[in-house]
Design a protein around this ligand. Structure first.
Ligand SMILES: Nc1ncnc2c1ncn2[C@@H]1O[C@H](COP(=O)(O)OP(=O)(O)OP(=O)(O)O)[C@@H](O)[C@H]1O
Length: 309
C-alpha cells in the first residue's frame, strides 16, 4: 500500500556559514492511511521543523517529502495542523472560529449544511455549551479543543499535532489526550502527534518514533510499536508491567541519545602573563612616575585547551 506521507533522506538546516546549524539529518518516515504515529524528542531537537516539512511550511534541503506519491510543495487543506498556542481569532466566538474554516473549505455547501457541519465538530470536542463564547472567555483546554474542532471540521486526510497539549496542566492534558484518541477511533483520520512526553506518546499512539539529537542533526530512531487495545484505560495502563517496559525502553533510548549527542567543545583561553605588582615599592601619585599601562600587544598569550562536556 502506498504511504500517505513519505519522507526519504530528508535533511534540513538553518543559517549560512558559521551560523549554519543542521537540524534534521537523513530522516526516513513512512506513514500509512489511518496510522496514529507519535514522534517524541527533546525540546529543540527539530520536531516542529519535521512537522513543518510535512505541513509544507518549509522545504527539505535534501531528500524528498511526499504526500500520496507527489512532492509536498506548500500547505494544503488535506493536512490539518494544530499548534501549541491555539491560534484562534480572538474577536470570533467558538462557532465563528470553526465556521471560518468550514466556509473556506466547503463554499459549495448551503448555509444550513455549513452550520450543521461546524456544530458536529464543536459537539465532538464537547464545546456546544460554550459555542457563543469568545476565546478570552475559555480556559486553555477549551481553546485547544476549539483548535482541534476547527482543524477536524476541514476534513483533513492527515492531522498534524505539534505538541498540542503542552501548554496545559497535567489533568486537562490527560482528558484531552483521551478525547483526541476517542475522536481518532471514531474517524480514523491519520495522525502524526509531536510530543516531548513519553506517557502521552505511548498512551495515544500505535507507534512511537523517537527523534534523536545528534551532532550533525537529529535522526529518527527505531520505532516502538504500542500494541495495546483501544479504548485505552490510562489508570490500568499506568499500572501495567507491559506499559512500564515500553516506557523504560523509550526513556532509555532518549536518554542514551542525549548522552551521545552532547557536544565536546574545545575552548581556548588566553592567559596573559602579567607580573604581579611589587607591593613593597613606594607608591607615588605623581603623573610622571606612574608605570606605563601594559598594552595588549605586549602581553604574551598562552593558550589553554580545555574540553567541556
Ligand atoms: N526558521 C528557523 N530559522 C532558524 N533556526 C530555526 C528555524 N526554525 C527552527 N530553527 C532551529 O532549529 C532547531 C529545532 O527547532 P524546532 O522548533 O524544530 O525544535 P522542537 O524540537 O520543535 O523544539 P520545541 O520542543 O522546543 O518546540 C532549534 O535550534 C531552532 O532554533
Amino acid at each position: 500500500m502506498r504511504p500517505i506521507v513519505e519522507l526519504s533522506g530528508v535533511s534540513k538546516g538553518f543559517g549560512r556559514g558559521f551560523s549554519r546549524s543542521e537540524v534534521l539529518r537523513d530522516i526516513n518516515l513512512s506513514v500509512q492511511e489511518g496510522d496514529f504515529v507519535s514522534i517524541i524528542g527533546y525540546s529543540g531537537t527539530g520536531k516542529s521543523t519535521l512537522i513543518n516539512l510535512i505541513a509544507g511550511l518549509q522545504k527539505p534541503d535534501t531528500g524528498s517529502a511526499m504526500m500520496d506519491g507527489a512532492p509536498i510543495t506548500g500547505p494544503g487543506p488535506e493536512r490539518g495542523i494544530v499548534f501549541q498556542n491555539y491560534s484562534l481569532l480572538p474577536w470570533l466566538t467558538v462557532t465563528e472560529n470553526v465556521r471560518l474554516a468550514v466556509d473556506q473549505i466547503f463554499p459549495s455547501l448551503s448555509e444550513k449544511e455549513r452550520a450543521e457541519h461546524a456544530s458536529k465538530y464543536i459537539d465532538m470536542v464537547k464545546l456546544t455549551p460554550a459555542s457563543a463564547k469568545l476565546p478570552r472567555e475559555l480556559s486553555g483546554g477549551m481553546r485547544q479543543r476549539v483548535s482541534v474542532a476547527r482543524t477536524l471540521a476541514a476534513n483533513p486526510r492527515i492531522l498534524l499535532l505539534d505538541e498540542p497539549l503542552s501548554a496545559l496542566d497535567a489533568l486537562t492534558r490527560a482528558t484531552l489526550q483521551d478525547e483526541i484518541a476517542e475522536i481518532w477511533q471514531a474517524n480514523r483520520t491519520t495522525v502524526i502527534w509531536i510530543t516531548n512526553d513519553p506517557d502521552e506518546a505511548l498512551l495515544v499512539a500505535d507507534r512511537v518514533i523517537p527523534l534523536l539529537p545528534g551532532r550533525e542533526g537529529a535522526t529518527l530512531g527505531s520505532e516502538i510499536p504500542v500494541a495495546i487495545e483501544r479504548p485505552r484505560d490510562r489508570r490500568e495502563l499506568l499500572r501495567s508491567p507491559d506499559f512500564k517496559d515500553l516506557k523504560l525502553q523509550l526513556v532509555d533510548t532518549l536518554l542514551g541519545a542525549k548522552k551521545d549527542s552532547t557536544p565536546l567543545v574545545t575552548k581556548k583561553l588566553a592567559a596573559p602573563d602579567i607580573l604581579p605588582e611589587d607591593l613593597g615599592k613606594k607608591r607615588s601619585f605623581s603623573l610622571f612616575d606612574r608605570p606605563a599601562p601594559r598594552r595588549r600587544s605586549q602581553l604574551q598569550r598562552e593558550e589553554l585547551k580545555i574540553e567541556v562536556s
